[in-house]
Write a protein that binds this ligand. Structure first.
Ligand SMILES: [Zn+2]
Ligand SMILES: [Zn+2]
Length: 341
């Protein structure tokens, strides 16, 4: 067991515990490495998965772009954009009711897409730009980000719990008087601090998933032609979870691509829809309009968009208002540097 005593992080304090059985040590080591492996896997995938960019169908053609840039009057520019948007499944607009257009990427923004000034590109279902993963968190890597938070919470909790008894011994002067005892102090404080902040962020993002909102949408409700609606994309708790984690529960805890849809179109609570309109079921929606897995759109797969012209635009006004306190969660998330649009 000497090899185990030299291990770097949480386990050594456990391994050297007087009276600990070999069986308990094995469980501790397996748990520790399992948390660590899942944490690293999700972290890796969050960092290296592109969050997803709009398909080329949303870019203006050369002729349209030249015409748009030549035009000085905003009304005339909007007419050009409206003409193009008629062929696209775009249901949200700006606060003034105009087509959402990105001047820098020169494209019509799909619903829930935003321009990231750090990445200098438009990101599908953008949540936020996260400096901790040096990447945007968007449609294709949102599930990985949530799992990264979940496993890092578990990892920090495990370390905090296993170091706690030695942390107490430190204060009661029961530890040998060497410099090593300060490692216990440092380890406990770092693990506990990250545990608290990550748990706040993880809880907040779970709340967002359940309500089918991005961080940006939690701060500013998406604007539809009938007005702003913070619950415009919410299809119920089960379907909201399925949209992010996929329809096969066995993959929910693994950082593999299982999110439903293509990142360009999302089921909304539209009513008075004709049979070709967006269905209420995100899974059937996915089958009809896009593919499973976020990367498909960016690989240039043909997308079958529903022309705006034939789509009903009325929104169902929910009778049940969301009673959750956004302010409370906002305060929590503001404590963490990865938060915020
Ligand atoms: Zn852009
Ligand atoms: Zn970014």
């Amino acid at each position: 067991m000497n090899g185990l005593r030299t291990y770097a992080a949480g386990p050594p304090t456990v391994v050297t515990a007087p009276g600990s059985s070999e069986h308990a040590l094995c469980i501790c080591l397996v748990t520790f490495h399992l948390c660590f492996a899942m944490f690293m896997w999700s972290y890796w995938r969050t960092i290296f998965t592109k969050p997803g960019n709009p398909a080329k169908e949303f870019s203006l053609t050369k002729a349209d772009r030249e015409q748009y840039e030549k035009e000085q009057r905003p009304e005339a520019q909007q007419e050009i954009l409206k003409k193009v948007a008629r062929e696209l499944p775009v249901y949200t607009c700006t606060d003034t009711g105009a087509i959402r257009y990105c001047d820098r990427c020169r494209l019509i923004k799909p619903d829930r897409c935003h321009h990231c000034s750090t990445c200098n590109t438009c990101v599908l279902k953008m949540d936020h730009h996260c400096p901790w993963v040096n990447n945007c968190v968007g449609f294709s890597n949102y599930k990985f980000f949530i799992l990264f938070l979940a496993y890092s919470v578990l990892y920090c909790l495990f370390i905090t719990a296993t170091v706690l008894r030695y942390f107490i011994k430190f204060w009661t002067n029961e530890l040998p008087d060497t410099h090593a005892k300060f490692h216990v102090l440092f380890l406990f404080f770092v693990a506990a601090m990250f545990f608290i902040s990550l748990l706040s962020l993880f809880s907040y993002h779970l709340w967002l998933v359940v309500h089918n909102r991005s961080t940006i949408e939690a701060f500013r409700a998406p604007m539809f032609h009938s007005g702003p609606d913070k619950n415009g994309f919410s299809m119920g708790v089960a379907k909201n979870l399925t949209q992010v984690f996929g329809d096969q529960k066995m993959f929910w805890l693994l950082p593999v691509s299982t999110s439903l849809g293509d990142g360009h179109t999302f089921p909304t609570r539209l009513v008075s829809a004709d049979p070709e309109q967006l269905p209420a079921d995100p899974q059937s929606h996915c089958r009809r309009y896009g593919s499973v897995g976020g990367a498909s759109a960016s690989r240039g797969q043909k997308l079958h968009f529903q022309p705006l012209g034939v789509a009903g635009r009325e929104l169902f006004i929910p009778s049940l208002c969301d009673s959750n306190s956004v302010l409370m969660v906002t305060a929590l998330v503001m404590l963490h540097p990865t938060a915020g649009p």
